[in-house]
Design a binder for this molecule. Sequence first.
Ligand code: HXC
Length: 270
Amino acid sequence: MESLADRAYLVTGGGTGIGAATALHLAALGASVTVIGRREEPLKKIADEVRRQGGDALAHTADVRDPAAVEAAVDAAMDRFGRIDGLVNNAAGNFVTPAEKLSPNGWRAVVDIVLNGTWNCTSAVARRMIETNRPGSIVSVIATYAWTGHPGTVHSAAAKAGVVAMTRTLAVEWARYDIRLNCVAPGPTETEGAGSALWAEQEDRDRVLASVPLRRFAGAAEVGDLIGLLLSDRAAYITGTTLTADGGQSLGAQIYGPPLETNGASPSPR
Ligand code: HXC
């Protein structure tokens, strides 16, 4: 694995789930991290954990929907670490609901966090990279339903599709500044937040797992590892793309004929 020593990254939604795992992974590779989120407590916990492991971290509360709060967070990261090498747009909001029952405010809340929040953070960070004449890498966490669609997620799917379009557009436009932008589309990932919201009951878990050919959830740490890869120079020629890590879920589960035999293996999260 490539060292990220001397690098400084921002991770939104960095207090929990994939964001927290990513922050810890980047710190383990030697990078400094600024974790951003709405609630102070989980951010502090992750920043403390990074420090306990010998790294350097800053916890900064901000709602990604608020451009001024995002500016302040990016300024704080610049003041503390003197540079910004990359950003992970991980903050998201989601709930599953029939589209016809979705209120204007529910639509707005999710689109505001996912699409506008990603733009607020991306533009604030990229401006600093351009001003300081430094290359950079920006990774946004999306979901495969951005292109497959998925019932009950119209607000999130539309917003994440917007993030894909933003990523592709800026990958071309900001290539001249050596700023790379990519997305990671994880499949169902074993985190507290997703677990309690999306597969709280055993039958829900079973149904989700049945849709994944690899028959397991993703581990948050393995998603963090892929994000770290895209941030690093090993991915220096990769821009404007989406790395899907969904155990084959978006390719479709087996639906024809009786279940194929297995050798009894039951993979567990990494
Ligand atoms: C129906 C709901 C709802 C629900 C909220 N709303 N939850 N409607 N079912 N379960 C409606 C509210 O009634 C309100 O509309 C509007 O949404 C805004 O809700 P608020 O609670 O006032 O907004 P806010 O505090 O800003 O909360 C935003 C949120 C919330 C998105 C609604 O869930 C949130 O902050 N979540 C953050 C964490 C999160 O969701 N993470 C999951 C990411 S996973 P009205 O009309 O009543 O005012 C992910 C990918 C999953 O994105 C991929 C799986 C493979």
